[in-house]
Design a protein around this ligand. Structure first.
Ligand code: HEC
Length: 130
């Protein structure tokens, strides 16, 4: 093997090692910082027929009483959904809307976070311009 070949092989090996390390660090960072699973949120939104009221892409409500959701911040959506859960049967705490309370009663905390992440990921026509 010529010295230049050995050198490029060594270089290739260290590049691969660096990629592997980056992949490990990357996936660890991903699993902690992005615990919510938007893919699962999409599945849940579809199985719970959220679009029946909030419209296609959760961006075109079928009536003016229903809010547009697409693109809204996940933190806000999660908290809104959590309030509908807590408000059920407790008019002094949380949001007390019978329609939405019924939608979220059988969803877990992580389901709500997944749905919130999915909603944030959608393109919405409501925009905040600064
Ligand atoms: C039967 C119609 C209907 C269905 C189905 C429905 N919603 Fe709603 N949603 C509403 C109505 C009505 C409101 C407004 C309630 C209020 O005044 O607090 C609302 C409000 C919300 C809000 C609060 C938005 C904000 O800006 O404060 C969120 C979030 C939401 N819905 C998410 C969902 C999700 C997720 C699903 C599916 C799991 C769903 N909705 C299914 C009717 C519906």
């Amino acid at each position: 093997m010529k010295p230049s070949q050995a050198q490029s092989q060594a270089l290739r090996f260290s590049f691969k090692a660096a990629c592997a390390a980056a992949a490990i660090i990357g996936s660890a960072a991903f699993s902690t910082a992005h615990a919510a699973d938007a893919g699962n949120g999409k599945v849940l939104s579809e199985s719970h027929n959220c679009a029946a009221c909030h419209g296609p892409g959760l961006n075109k409500p079928v009536s003016g009483e229903y809010p547009k959701l697409a693109g809204q911040h996940a933190t806000y959506i999660y908290w809104a959904l959590r309030q509908y859960q807590m408000g059920n049967g407790n008019p002094n705490f949380g949001r007390n809307n019978a329609i939405m309370a019924a939608q979220v009663q059988n969803l877990s905390q992580s389901d709500l976070k997944d749905i919130a992440a999915y909603i944030e990921s959608l393109d919405g026509s409501l925009v905040l311009k600064k």
